[in-house]
Write a protein that binds this ligand. Sequence first.
Ligand SMILES: *Cc1c(COP(=O)(O)O)cnc(C)c1O
Length: 403
Amino acid sequence: MSLTHDEITRADASVAHNYHPLPVVITRGEGAWVTDVEGRRLLDMLSGYSALNFGHGDKDLLGVAHAQLDRLTLTSRAFHHDGLATFCAELAELAGMEMVLPMNTGAEAVETAVKTARKWGYRVKGVPDGRAKIVVMGGNFHGRTLTIVSFSDDPDATADYGPFTPGFVRVPFGDIAAARAAVDEDTVAVLVEPVQGEGGVILPPPGYLRQIRQLCTERNVLMIADEIQSGLGRTGRTFACDHEDVVPDVYVLGKALGGGIVPVSAVVSRADVLGVFRPGEHGSTFGGNPLACAVGTAVVRRLRDGSVQQRATELGAVFAGLLSELPGGAVAAVRSLGLWAGIDLRERTGRDVCEGLLRRGVLSKDAHGRTLRLAPPLVVAEADLRWGMARLAEELAQGPEAA
Ligand SMILES: *Cc1c(COP(=O)(O)O)cnc(C)c1O
């Protein structure tokens, strides 16, 4: 006998309050749809912040995971296992790179990229010890570890967590002059989300990523693209950087890399960059474990022929059309790329609209007060996408009272 919604909400007393979930208790998922404990079907238009790009319960990915579970799940990196080299080689090839350092969560991969850049700065660029500087962007979100929140400008992410890790300089996202002015001879990297997901799906001005690439090349600085949320098909390309034909020095990947099954993250770069690590200088008990590698390899293979990306582009055009038809009285601005959108609301909070959408059968998430963000699974049926957007149009047209 499963618990009812009320019983589960009461049991939440023992769950730390670091999240404020919508009042829904999910028990099953299939494709773009989930079922709650009361048997209601809901369209998932968040996709676990892009961790579920391939939807819930994908048969191929689950098949690979089940087979691997029956064979070998964990060895630690004290030994080789027969899936690691394949995963790293195939992921490197997908990214047009040479080397992969596998981790588990996104935050760990960002930490790894920061450590990589500093070590590269001291060993390769020749920055004096202890002086390495990394340029980051205003409004960034790169995860929750202490070093990462050290360069966040979100008060919720930083309050009461000091003292913080030094060595970061923040400049406004999209302002190339500010980035240029912030780079000096001690700068080892510029860390950028090609699209700021948690910030509200903020797109940089056209040409910005190319200018960052050029700046990094000119000043011998690593361009690190955090594609944890924007990468692996979400925007209609393998990487969001691809929209500007930009190849960074370092990709940071996560979320969808785990196929919605296990946490898998990675730093992907050239051998002259990731080659700075020697045995014992960095590691993770679970990073690159056999289950993670099996699922990660299946995800890479899924993306190899470009059809997932193509579908995201085609459905993205439908999505953009539907977004442009949302009631103008309720919407101040809309940004979208592929199957990813941020909708700035005129009067209501994002949370309020999410609650209304939930009553209409759609899961979504707010970002920073007045923004609603949508990221349906890339496998969503066009008819379902249209259905979900019709619910949003109703919700925005009729407001909370009518629900
Ligand atoms: C989610 C996210 C992270 C952190 O990933 P976790 O797996 O939650 O640690 C880092 N960067 C970006 C851009 C993200 O969207």
